[in-house]
Every structure is written in structure tokens, then in C-alpha cells.
Design a binder for this molecule. Sequence first.
Ligand code: KIV
Length: 249
Amino acid sequence: MARAKTAGTPLVCITAYDAVTARLATAADVDVLLVGDSVGNVVLGFENTVPVTVDMMCHHCAAVARAKPDALIAVDIPFGVAHGDFSELLKICMRLMQECGAEAVKIEGGVAMAPTIERLVAAGVPVWAHIGLQAQRVMAEGGYRKYGKSELEAKSIFDAAKAHEKAGSFALLLEMIPEDLAKSITEAVSIPTVGIGAGTATDGQILVMHDILGLSPQKPSFAKIYDNLGSRATAAIAAWRDDVRLRKS
Ligand code: KIV
């Protein structure tokens, strides 16, 4: 992943939640599979990522790992966990890496999360730090919005990026921030930046697979639909339904 900074070819990162999606992304030759806690709202029917538990992340991460993808497997540390007891967090990272096939963890958080990331990195856990919009804070913030539009907020995101770099994060995920802020962070840090809704100046991009395949009932405006598999799947199921009713199948 570090090579993306110098190679100039952007990293392609995408979510995968099970062996099927991991196989699809592997066949498409992506660089990173994120077992995102977006599994909660995208696949499991929750309103947001807050109800997602460590057990759920383990279950989905292990399914992705069983597909034996070539891409790096990163997994989200779910809501609240990184803010609790450090030894508990380390045990969860160990479980995700030793039993569920994760090769890295992603943690949402600002500057205050840097000391925790530093301790995890010291323990040998590769950490991808997620700043800007943090979906796990949706209840506290009262919804989703673009972050870093004010000077104060932009500075706090920039400072968090530098703190996470110093703490030893191997990459930064920049979500829903202005393109110029994403560009200045990308130029100011030595680790790769991966953007989502943050323009095209980052060292890589990530999107939710179900959004680009037309499988999400609600997708963010920045995610382009590359194929409408949702309506194609419904049409296929309806064609089979007709065959069954006509006793052709
Ligand atoms: O959980 C997730 O899928 C994410 C993406 C929005 C990058 O964190």
C-alpha cells in the first residue's frame, strides 16, 4: 500500500462483506478489501453502523478471508470499542487477525485516538485511521454531512491526519471532506490517503460495493452506479417466478 504514494497509480479499495463479494472484487483485481461496519446498514438492515458488534465483524471478516483474496483484508473496529479498555481492544484486534483473517484494522477517530493507535501499532497491529465523516458518530452528530468546511474543522482534521501519521498508521481514510483539504493532507503526509467523497487528489479511492452495483436502497450522491444489479436481479427472479407458475421450471 505504501507504494501508492510514490507509484502514482491510485489504490483501489472496496468493501466486501462475505465470500461472494470478496470473490467478485478479487476477480476485478482491487488492492484492498474493507470488511466495513457499513455491513450493518448495507446488508444487515440496520439504520446505521452503531448496532454492529465485534462478533458480527468477525463473522463477516472470516467469510471474506475464506475467499482467499489477493487484496489486503482490512476490517473495521466497530462502534465504541476503540474508546474502551486498551487490553480489550488489543484482544479484539488479535481475534480479528488470528481467527478471522484480517490483515489490518480500520479505526475511526480524531487526534484523541492517536495514542491508542500508537499502542496498537507498537503491538504489531497495522492500523488504518479514518477521519473526516465518521459514521460511528452519527447518533452524536445527528446525521451525515461534509466535514472540514470551516477553518476550525479543517484544521482539526489536518491535525488528526498528522497525529495518526506520527502514531504509525499505515494509511488514512478521508471521508466526506473538501477536495482541497484532502489534497493538502495527501501532500503533507508520507502515508497513503484513501478518499471517499473527498475528490480525486488522494492516493486511492474507496467505495461501498453495493452502492456502485446498484444494490443499496440509499447511496451517497458521490457514489456512481456502475451497474444496476438490483433491478437486473429482480428481473431475473421475476423471470424464474413466471417459469415456475407456467410449470416451465
Ligand atoms: O464501513 C465502511 O464501509 C466504511 C466506508 C465508508 C469506507 O468505512
